[in-house]
Design a protein. Structure first.
Lengths: 542, 433
């Protein structure tokens, strides 16, 4: 057969490595060969029909593609049967950790369970096969869904207007910063306001986004309690500041308990208050940023609203804005053009279509920053998020945040003696420990701890972030994990802390049960191997 | 649990929210049981009317999505994992991205491909900005025959750092070539970072890409080729005609239209520019015991390391959609991809001939086209609307973006276009005369 046997069970390491092949000049053991290695001439998974006689004749009567524009060498795609190809990807799947396999407390990523009914909904042919440029009369369902989701996000966040267009959180940030600049320019202050303030605990996307819009980033230090230093903020605010970008709750899992004063100070200075909504999962029904005076926030539908993370996307990063930023939203915006909004909402909540209601895309927005993505955004994610919000409803959304916060605090208390806790105060969605004691006393780094966690079938927390915590371990359990799962994690973490004392060398060898051990990242960067090289003998261009 | 945490009520967990800014009540409706939420989503799905006959493309194409592709991306080990920060337990995702990068390099004839972007439009915009970094110039020249949606996104992205966008004119005259004028590139001046042109272009016409690339290089600019991936089974690879950067929408590779997304942006470049490339890259390496493995690499370009000095702010990309494209290309193979392209090209000619033979339309442009064709149709807007009422989508109306293209229809064919659909379009269009 074309593909070698499944990963060998006789492998003494237990890693399932059974293939040997040449790579990079040295003989390496290959866990799963590349799809290219399975290729055998003439094999295929999918067949297509031949054109009809009529089609053939019509095409033959017209000039073909000019020879000068034709491809010189055939595309060397793999030639595999459907079964070979499916087994290859299934075996690759077996090499992954995922929420559906085990605990995944990756801080700031909100790795909650993704309900399967969301997937059912996104695959409905009426939605999945809907072409974005179909006439609006044929797309009323898609447009209504987008309008309804935007209405729900407005209500949840307290903002009067929403754009669903950004495709990810960082994309929402870019949208928010472009709107910020458009606002200041409109007021004749565009040239003067050149700085964006970002707390030192911020995610790297915040300063990177500010740069993409031509702003200079000014870092604001945190105070000893892990919150933004109000005095430092006030002294940095001035007529040259365009915006504050603040994550709340912060990347330390802490709610900014002076957030009202933070927002007031920013507004007084004439700047825009941007809230990074990455951690919205902690505050549903408790804090509505729009109501609290923020001007703009991005949502991460793939975090708070349970759309699957997909191994790193697709996500979706809608933005909510205050009335003063509303004119600058990306166009177009799905709009109800015939029908009373209250009636259409009431009917939709009761599962009914409102007779005569009509939706359209509003593209007549002269002050809009433009489009940030083709079409209207990651619609498939909108379907899932809408399904999730409707499934949970008002009570469910509140319970999500309550349970998420309870779980984080439970872990904080249960592990606070085993690991240092630089900011030992009420947690929101996550808690950030430090491995500095293990490093100082036993030479065991946070990286060693993370790798040891892998051997227990658990995905490690986010490590070395936020940057202001030495040897950081950022744990976000989410609301969907049982008490038994949390207790097991506590046992694992305490066991590793014990082992750091008794057998630190063993932790440095971890992981030992994963498909591969620690990989040489320095070598990967030094000698980049970013694509498969075809053997010369098969290279028709050679 | 509350007791273990040391609080008496759930509200105590939110004591840090200042009283002045605690949330007031909202109007979010009550929860729905699964059968209820299914009924609601089914209601919205049937409010859409999926046309029985459609020749609509304009950047989003109706291709066969092989069943096995849906099976692969439905695997929860792929769908419910995140960015592979811990490579030891993410080899499935990482190797699939390495295979994706390899396949995109092979398709485009380029040396390096990124792990993916949000869509074709943002990949095009990021490629243009990358060209600005590579050349240290801040003007971008865009073909007038580029997808107008891409143009809009590119303008928004360029407005960020203040990059000027200028147009390279195309011959849109009646009976003209419908393609970009390489001669106009030389008149752009010597401060242009790149020339952006699509092959095939938005109007379906085949561009003189080699001449455009030569003209770009003559003024020290980079050539950004925007391509349609299935066409590369037949058309010359961008690497062979001198493209420096390639951007593409990957949707035709096994991804449903889904009202605009999620899709996947493809970007490829030459190896000497890799350090200015935005987005994730996966590279091969090894562990201490000599096992081959894959990691995220060259991360010094990225926002989580470089912060305000990063090449882009991109973080999450479209990994699962890149997996769909990888599985699609493996499933169809070289012969299948060629058949998709050839069938699309053949049916486009069948369609054009059928409309011409019936005296309903004629080609608006001369010169070669691929699988989408711009046809002159009197009173196009009215007839397009009339057909839509009958569940027939007669392609796209270019006059929505370009007044000069009044009374034309942009009609796309793919391997799914049937002779019956063509016959029904001819019949229905005739009835609207």
């Amino acid at each position: 057969m074309s593909v070698a046997e499944p990963p060998g069970r006789s492998d003494p390491s237990g890693r399932g490595a059974a293939f040997s092949g040449a790579a990079g000049g040295a003989e390496l053991t290959v866990v799963e060969p590349l799809i290219f290695d399975a290729s055998r001439p003439g094999r295929r998974a999918v067949r297509f029909p031949r054109p009809s006689e009529a089609a053939w004749a019509a095409a033959a009567a017209q000039p073909g593609l000019p020879e000068s524009m034709r491809r010189g060498t055939p595309v060397r795609l793999p030639e595999v049967s459907e079964l070979d190809m499916l087994r290859h990807f299934n075996r690759l799947a077996h090499l992954n950790h995922a929420i559906d396999l085990g605990f995944y407390p990756l801080g700031s990523c909100t790795m909650k369970y993704n309900p399967k009914v969301n997937e059912w909904a996104a695959r409905l042919p009426g939605l999945a096969e809907s072409h974005p440029l179909d006439p609006e009369s044929l797309s009323q369902g898609s447009l209504e869904l987008m309008w309804l989701l935007a209405e729900l996000l407005k209500d949840i966040s307290g903002f009067p207007a929403v754009s669903l267009q950004p495709a990810a959180g960082a994309h929402g940030e870019l949208t928010g910063m472009l709107m910020t600049r458009a606002y200041h320019r409109d007021r004749g202050e565009g040239d003067r306001r050149t700085k964006v303030l970002v707390p030192d605990s911020a995610h790297g996307t915040n300063p990177a986004t500010a740069t993409m819009v031509g702003y200079e980033t000014v870092t604001i230090r945190s105070n000893e309690r892990g919150g933004i230093d109000l005095e430092a903020l006030r002294s940095a605010l001035g007529p040259d500041v365009a915006a504050l970008m603040i994550t709340n709750p912060s990347t330390l899992g802490i709610f900014e308990d002076q957030i009202d004063q933070v927002v007031a100070s920013v507004q007084e200075a004439g700047a825009i208050a941007y809230m990074d909504g990455a951690n919205l999962n902690a505050i549903l029904g408790r804090f509505r940023p729009g109501e609290a005076g923020f001007d703009v926030m991005h949502f991460n539908l793939h975090k708070t609203f349970s759309t699957p993370h997909g191994g790193g996307g697709p996500g979706a990063g809608p933005v909510g804005v205050s009335a003063r930023l509303e004119p600058y939203l990306p166009a177009p915006i799905p709009t109800l053009v015939e029908g009373a909004p209250a009636e259409v909402l009431a009917n939709a909540w009761a599962g009914r279509t409102t007779p005569g209601a009509r939706f359209a895309l509003d593209d007549e927005r002269p002050k809009s920053i433009g489009k940030v993505r083709s079409c209207y955004g990651n619609f498939g994610m909108f379907v899932r998020a809408y399904t999730y919000i409707r499934s949970n409803g008002s009570d469910g959304l509140r319970t999500i945040s309550e349970d998420a916060v309870l779980a984080a605090n439970y872990l904080r208390v249960a592990l606070h003696d085993a690991y240092d806790l630089p900011y030992d105060r009420l947690s929101k969605h996550e808690v950030v420990f430090s491995g500095r004691r293990q490093k100082r006393e036993h030479g065991v780094t946070t990286l060693d701890i993370a790798k040891a966690i892998l051997d227990h079938g658990i995905h490690p927390p986010t490590i070395y972030f936020p940057l202001i915590v030495e040897e950081a371990l950022m744990v976000e359990p989410t609301e969907t994990e049982s008490l038994e799962t949390l207790d097991r994690f506590v046992d694992v973490m305490r066991g590793i802390a014990d082992q750091a004392r008794t057998d630190p060398e063993a932790l440095k060898r971890a992981p030992t049960t994963t498909p591969v051990g620690r990989l040489d990242e320095a070598a990967a960067a030094r000698r980049p191997d970013l694509r498969h090289s075809f053997p010369d003998a098969e290279d028709p261009t050679a | 649990m509350l007791e273990a945490v040391g609080v008496t009520s759930v509200d105590d967990l939110f004591a840090d929210v200042p009283a002045a800014v605690r949330a007031s009540d909202w109007q979010v409706p009550p929860p729905l049981a699964e059968q209820e939420v299914r009924a609601e989503l089914a209601r919205l799905a049937v409010r859409n009317r999926i046309p029985e006959v459609s020749f609509l493309g304009a950047g989003v194409y109706r291709h066969l999505v092989p069943s096995v592709v849906g099976e692969v991306i439905g695997r929860p080990e792929f769908a419910t994992a995140y960015t592979p920060y811990q490579p030891e337990v993410s080899q499935g995702t990482l190797q699939s991205i390495y295979e994706f990068q390899s396949l995109i390099c092979e398709l485009t004839g380029m040396e390096v491909a990124s792990a993916s972007h949000y869509d074709g439009a943002t990949a095009t915009a990021e490629a243009a900005l990358m060209a600005c970094r590579l050349t240290r110039r801040s003007r971008v020249a865009v073909s007038a025959a580029l997808n107008p949606d891409y143009r809009r996104v590119l303008e928004t992205y360029c407005s960020g750092p203040g990059v000027e966008v200028v147009t390279v004119p195309a011959d849109l005259a009646e009976g003209g070539t419908g393609t970009t004028d390489p001669g106009a590139v030389g008149e752009l001046g010597d401060d242009v970072a790149c020339v952006v042109a699509a092959q095939p272009n938005f109007l379906g016409q085949l561009e003189p890409m080699r001449e455009l690339a030569d003209a770009a290089h003559a003024i020290g600019a980079r050539m950004v080729a925007v391509v349609e991936p299935t066409s590369l089974a037949m058309l010359e690879a961008p690497g062979a005609y001198g493209a420096d950067l390639v951007a593409a929408e990957g949707q035709p590779l096994g991804i449903p239209a889904s009202f605009g997304g999620p899709y996947v942006g493809l970007m490829a470049a030459r190896m000497d520019s890799v350090r200015q490339m935005p987005g994730r890259l996966v590279g091969a390496t090894r562990d201490a015991d000599g096992r081959k493995g894959y990691v995220l690499t060259l991360q010094a370009r990225e926002q989580h390391i470089r912060r305000e000095r990063a090449a882009s702010n991109i973080c999450t990309n479209q990994a699962l959609m890149a997996l769909a494209a990888t599985a699609y290309l493996a499933a169809v193979g070289p012969d299948g991809l060629r058949e998709v392209a050839e069938l699309s090209v053949t049916q486009a000619r069948h369609l054009a001939a059928a409309l011409e033979d019936a005296g309903l339309a004629e080609r608006r442009f001369t010169g070669p086209y691929f699988a989408e064709v711009t046809m002159r149709v009197p009173d196009a807007a009215r007839r397009h609307a009339a057909l839509a009422e009958r569940g027939i989508v007669a392609g796209y109306l270019p006059e929505r973006d370009e007044p000069a293209l009044r009374d034309t229809l942009l009609l796309a064919a793919t391997e799914l276009t049937s002779d019956d659909e063509i016959a029904r379009l001819v019949q229905a269009l005739g009835e609207t005369r």
